[in-house]
Design a protein around this ligand. Structure first.
Ligand SMILES: Cc1cc2nc3c(=O)[nH]c(=O)nc-3n(C[C@H](O)[C@H](O)[C@H](O)COP(=O)(O)OP(=O)(O)OC[C@H]3O[C@@H](n4cnc5c(N)ncnc54)[C@H](O)[C@@H]3O)c2cc1C
Length: 382
């Protein structure tokens, strides 16, 4: 392992790999990525549902995701590796007047920012997603720019492209200490040795807070368990079935091979690193799924798993310099949308570190925003 680097990235999930790729592409010097597990992407990235959308409520989230969608589309050209961004679209089903009002406001914002998004009537919904129950549904927003991708395919593309550009990636390398004599980063200690460096980039996902703690900093990122269930083959499922979100119940589902993947955010789950499967959580997902797609009555469960969201109080990512220590940069806290925002996060991080103008104004994502009364919440979190 190298004993010095211009930058050390902690975490080999989709965020760390995207940051490694964009930094290396910008000739940012000697870069080392440290991952505690024996293989890449075994944290939150391996649990993601693969949803990619720009239909958010805040300008910064819409812009970050629109930039990501553009970069997902040019992935092969940019990295040299294949990964499919299947733009089947995202549909948000709206049942109450309050939902229609808040999603209409978001639709206006998204359109003003250039997103290809439309409002659908119940008839329009039935055309795009024919097996979805229209009980109490008043309208939906739908964007064909949104869709699905396999997080592992994109992660491996970034991994291989970053290596080709000279990044050293070390597995089984758990970071245990960050040395900061006189308030500046000087080195990182991991299970394989010590690397002297002036710059550490925290991409540790749900463990991000523990990395910040190593330098005495407080980072507001909590690990929260989320579960997913998939079905076996469904004869009625067609390839164009989009991601469908029932805003009132919070249930989301999309086609997964020849069946359906279903997930739901149980707001009662408390922060912890527990990723065991809770059968009551599974039942709650299935109950909501049956209400949304009644034909699931005869479906069989093919698989289920639990993983961790890295959640911030305002459900926006934290991207920026740690104010209390010189040389620590955070790219964390994506609150359930880290896969879809990884390309943009990688690019703007490289731009900030190299003191260039960022492609998206991410000043509102700065770590220092907490505790100073400037929070704007993203409310469309599923
Ligand atoms: C059930 C579920 C469904 C989801 N669905 C979606 C979705 O549809 N779309 C979407 O965009 N997002 C989704 N997400 C969120 C998404 O998975 C995450 O936001 C994203 O994967 C975060 O990537 P990351 O690289 O920051 O974290 P991770 O993938 O967790 O990577 C962090 C890495 O850091 C490593 N690490 C931690 N501590 C140390 C240390 N001390 N030393 C060295 N290495 C360390 C970990 O081992 C890990 O590999 C979902 C998440 C879950 C749980």
């Amino acid at each position: 392992m190298h004993n010095r680097a211009d930058a050390v990235i902690i975490g080999g999930g989709i965020i760390g790999m995207a940051v490694a790729f964009y930094l290396a592409k910008s000739n940012a010097g000697e870069i080392v990525l440290l991952e505690k597990e024996p293989v890449p992407g075994s944290g939150a990235t391996s649990k993601a549902a693969g949803g990619i959308r720009a239909q958010f409520m805040t300008k910064v989230n819409v812009e970050m995701s629109m930039l990501s969608e553009k970069l997902f589309c040019s992935f092969k050209k940019d990295t040299g590796y294949d990964a499919l961004f299947d733009q089947v679209g995202y549909m948000f089903l709206l049942k109450s007047e309050a939902e229609v009002a808040s999603f209409t406001a978001a639709y206006e914002l998204q359109k003003s920012l250039g997103l290809n998004v439309e409002m659908l009537t119940p008839e329009g919904i039935a055309e795009v997603a024919p097996h979805v129950s229209l009980d109490s549904v008043k309208a939906a927003t739908f964007s064909h720019d949104d869709g699905l991708g396999d997080p592992h395919e994109f992660l491996s593309g970034y991994d291989q492209a970053a290596r080709k550009l000279g990044v050293s990636i070390e597995y089984d390398a758990e970071v245990t200490e960050i040395k900061t004599p006189s308030g500046k980063i000087s080195s990182v200690v991991c299970s394989k040795g010590e690397i002297s460096t002036p710059l550490v980039i925290n991409c540790a996902g749900p463990q991000a807070k523990l990395i910040a703690k190593m330098v005495g900093a407080v980072l507001e990122v909590e690990p929260i368990r989320r579960q997913i269930v998939t079905t076996g083959k469904l004869d009625f499922m067609r390839p164009s079935f989009p991601m469908v979100v029932d805003v009132s119940s919070g249930l989301y589902c999309h086609r997964e091979s020849s069946g359906l993947l279903m997930g739901w955010a149980d707001k009662a789950v408390l922060p912890s690193f527990d990723v065991s499967i809770d059968p009551d959580y599974t039942d709650a997902i299935l109950e909501r799924a049956l209400d949304l797609v009644p034909q699931l009555e005869t479906a069989e469960i093919a698989n289920q798993w639990a993983g961790l969201y890295e959640t911030t109080p305002d459900h926006h990512a934290i991207i920026g310099w740690e104010p209390s220590v010189e040389g620590l940069f955070h790219v964390v806290g994506f609150s359930g949308h880290g896969f879809m925002q990884a390309p943009a996060a990688g690019l703007v991080t490289a731009q900030m570190i190299l003191r260039e103008k960022t492609s998206v104004d991410i000043s509102s994502l700065a770590p220092a925003r907490f505790g100073i009364g400037k929070l704007v919440e993203e409310t469309n979190v599923i």
